[in-house]
Write a protein that binds this ligand. Sequence first.
Ligand code: HEC
Length: 467
Amino acid sequence: MDPASIPYYPVNEFGPLMKGLVIGGVGILHVFLAQFAIGGGLLLYYFERIAQRGVKDARTFVDGYFKILVLVSFVIGALTGVAMWFTTIQVGARTIGLMVDEFHWLWATEWVWFAVEIVSGYAFYRFGPRLDDRTRRRLLLIYAGAAWMSLFWINGILSWQLTPGKWLEGAGMWAGFFNASFWPSLLFRTAVAATLGALVACVVINTMDLDRERKAALIRRASRFAAPMAVMPVLAFWFVAIIPADSRQWLMGGSMPMTMFVGVAAGASTLIGGYVVVGLIMKKLYINGATATLLLVLAFGATAAGEFVREGARKPYTVRGVLYSTSMTPDEVARLRTTGAVTGDPYPLRDEARFPTAQLRHGAKVHRALCDACHTLHGANALVELTRTWTDDQLRLNVAKLQRTKAFMPPFAGTAADVEALIQLLRWEAAGTPATWPVSDAPGTLAQIKTWLDEVGTAATPPEGGR
Ligand code: HEC
């Protein structure tokens, strides 16, 4: 029962953005660049091979600025990768800590591949023009292979967060790594990487100083790389079929924002896929720079929407069944119901002087510990606005039975007094933060909240939403 045994980490606040959005934003940029660096690498290797077989202009393409784009993207990809670490330790220190503990050596392996990718990519960039054909081919193969391998390793760790499966029953690290969503997401991301490579290549080819015939010949080659788009619907259905039932329900209408993002991702991908497969590959149409850029922007939108859905589908967990988005384990939720949500939280509030009463300060700490991973008070997913029209008792009931209010929220991890402090904070904020505010501690109110907390229990809502 010792609340001090729960590790509290200093966490940051990001103003009107909620934490989930901050990590999501950095993540989307990183994923997009890193996936392009993989597809671009494969494409470079392919063009190098056909150049050595005598295909005209392919060498110009490889040594031109496509190479530079691939390198720039992997440099920015690497920097945003570091940014991910900096963000994640401020947003979910415990989650990333668990991931590092569990997959320590796999993560080290991923880093080795990453180092190989950097070294070979840079070596090609710096010395490529002076090397003989065989070395050039080898270097590009190593670059592309290493880039893909770093995806292979990171993909296992990320997909484990959503579908840890047998790992939960103690089946060990490899069972966690090769989890149910490992293959569909690896193949899906590989297809995306190839498509991004093809689209950027089409943009670049259009800038080359060649006549239209010769450009068209290169474009026909490059667009073959987007052919895997054709199997993406199958991979997407596979992914949706193996994710947990509750996550699937949200994607299929249970949560409108998520359903809409699924629609955006699927719609944009269908448009790109249709254009590439029917227009470029089957009908052998020419694509100009503007159209290729437009498709690339659509692909960015699809990536952003897809990552949002993947992250969202995991709620209320960061590691399914193990750690809630609030960085607490299910056992700890039960313990905090008696000890109080913030009894062991050693960190002061940033803006303590704002609050006229101790109860409001307490409420602010409860909000920080239990809600602000996914909500803000006034900005994104603003609690004050979501609840403004509710009566006090409606608010108390819905917060006490949080996992029933929406299944993608964790159970409330605190006492009746914690609930009431949070409710008072929300009401005080909704009233425009007046200078005085009454303390609310009527025994009847607290007893009623306690009854609700006991009724709903401390387990998350089961996947079928059953009782
Ligand atoms: C794992 C993320 C997560 C956590 C943690 C979380 N919420 Fe939510 N909550 C959501 C999402 C997502 C919604 C849906 C917003 C929407 O539908 O627009 C939501 C909706 C709500 C709503 C509106 C429900 C409705 O039916 O309109 C309330 C009230 C709410 N949350 C309160 C809280 C409180 C209080 C806490 C902290 C004790 C909390 N939430 C913690 C994700 C979370």
